[in-house]
Ligand binder design. Structure first.
Ligand code: ATR
Length: 485
């Protein structure tokens, strides 16, 4: 079930959140601690105004809520609200026997016994869940994983406590996000969503339902994802999930913030991840875990796509192909024979190797000339310092691989003196903004422009093929929803 946490300060505001989210949710949590004094009095009426089950909750400040009054008053408030037709009431695990509890039982309102840990995961989490469940109540553990290893503990809940059918388990914060999205895989009966996050890591109900289709995850759903740090703003879920849906492929693709690649491979075995994208800073760190790699991965020393192949993990590099694909015809027809590559970092490595493997002459320009020299030695390319860019105006292709010009440095131009001309093909890897300062100059000069966003989408479509064995659905290509949330 997808549960919407109502964060309004009035009943009207909550009703409006409810109707906006109605298509995406199965139940709601009314947080009376967030309501104004007047609205609290009317809270009991709320369940009769909506056609979905409602959880009654009055969260204390210590548990991340807003209720700061005396405990006695809080419990009395909960008790009085239980006159309403609530389906569940959330009473914290440490609250001793109280009148609210008794009233809930009399009225057939199920009790959720919650524990919030904002600092970590209690060492006896499994025991606590089992103890609450033994009393017939629903245990809820909202805890804070700080690493992939912590996340593994949460995913173990499903096996360890398979006999407890009704329980709520979730990881808060960045490392917890996979547990919110894969809530069914950890055996949690629901996941919480909100328009405005009221707990760390909550996402909107629409995203949970429409992008991730988290409630449709079943035993046959294949799990894919992207690992990185940071990774939560990756575009890849916006490419992969609609693609899966478009070809009726039972799969989900989600971001995994990863601190340790080693731990992630343990998690991947444990929850049977079928494949994943790899982004900064892990593109090199995954290599020791791969049983099979392609020639490009070996050359570049970097892998951005991992798929499970029988008993081993196989690594490819779709950045390489996503980059070269649109210019291969021009290279083959000798319209592009020489290139200037700006930068000598990770992105430049894929670019230079792709160009060299296709027979293009390459000159690498980099701020740190030593780095340019090293990459040039390895790839049999030339190199020069960034200030000499204008000396290389005779090249056919210019590729910009540094972060200069990327938001928030939108005015940055790594080669401000370079005389762009109509005959140049200018390939910018930065995709935010679409037109960098450098591309604007090239556009004015009439050069042919190639955009970073298109390369990003191309490499994503190639990943989709590795993951599913199918082409990316053509009809979805135009509307790849690439806006950030
Ligand atoms: P990526 O994987 O995105 O290529 P990277 O490996 O950190 O990231 O490489 C960053 C590249 O951008 C490098 O070529 C870097 O130049 P240095 O090797 O001299 O550091 C380049 N770069 C970053 N900021 C730059 C700046 N302000 N001016 C010029 N080059 C810059």
């Amino acid at each position: 079930m997808i549960c919407l946490v109502l964060s309004g300060s009035t009943i009207e505001e909550n009703l409006s959140q409810f109707s906006l989210n109605r298509p995406y949710i199965d139940l709601m949590e009314l947080r009376i601690d967030l309501l104004g004094e007047h609205a609290r009095v009317a809270a009991a009426e709320f369940p009769s105004m909506v056609d979905l089950p409602v959880i009654l909750t009055c969260r204390r400040v210590v548990d991340g809520g807003s209720y700061a009054g005396p405990e006695k008053t809080r419990l009395a408030l909960i008790e009085s609200c239980l006159e309403g037709k609530f389906a569940y009431v959330d009473i914290e695990e440490d609250v001793k026997r109280c009148a609210a509890e008794q009233k809930a039982r009399e009225r057939g309102i199920r009790i959720i016994r919650s524990l919030h840990d904002f600092s970590g995961i209690p060492s006896d989490i499994f025991h606590r869940i089992a103890r609450v469940a033994a009393k017939g109540d629903i245990p809820k553990m909202a805890v804070t994983p700080h690493s992939v290893l912590d996340l593994i503990t949460l995913f173990r809940v499903k096996e360890e406590l398979s006999s407890v059918t009704e329980k709520i388990v979730l990881g808060m914060g960045d490392f917890g996000l996979p547990s919110r999205i894969l809530y069914k895989k950890i055996g949690s009966m629901l996941t919480y969503c909100a328009d405005k996050p009221v707990a760390p890591g909550q996402i909107s109900a629409q995203k949970m339902k429409e992008l991730y289709r988290a409630d449709k995850v079943d035993d046959r759903t294949r799990i894919f994802g992207v690992i990185g740090n940071p990774v939560l703003h990756s575009f890849s879920p916006l490419i992969q999930n609609p693609g899966f849906h478009g070809i009726n492929f039972n799969a989900i693709y989600l971001p995994f913030p990863v601190d340790s690649v080693r731990s992630f491979f343990i998690l991947a075995e444990m929850i049977k991840i079928s494949g994943f994208s790899v982004t900064v800073p892990h593109k090199q760190a995954v290599l020791p875990y791969l049983g099979k790699i392609t020639r490009e991965v070996k050359q570049i020393g970097s892998c951005n796509t991992v798929v499970r192949a029988k008993n081993l993990w196989m690594g490819t590099n779709t950045d390489y192909y996503g980059f070269i694909e649109p210019i291969v015809a021009d290279i083959d027809a000798k319209r592009i024979q020489s290139a200037l590559v700006i930068g000598a970092g990770g992105a430049a490595r894929s670019v230079v190797w792709a160009l060299r493997n296709h027979g293009c002459r390459v000159t690498i320009l980099n701020r740190n000339i030593e780095r340019a020299r090293q990459l040039a030695d390895e790839t049999m390319a030339s190199f020069d310092s960034l200030e000499h860019a204008a000396h290389h105006a005779q090249v056919d292709l210019i590729v910009q691989t540094t972060s200069v010009g990327m938001i928030p440095d939108a005015d940055g131009d790594p080669i401000p003196d370079f005389p762009f001309a109509e005959r140049h093909v200018v390939y910018e890897l930065v995709y935010r903004p679409r037109y960098t300062a450098m591309l604007k100059r090239a556009r004015q000069a009439g050069s042919k422009l190639m955009f970073g966003i298109d390369m990003l989408v191309r490499q994503g479509k190639l990943q989709f093929e590795s993951f599913t064995g199918y082409h990316y659905p053509k009809r979805l290509e135009q509307n790849l929803g690439l806006e950030e949330d």
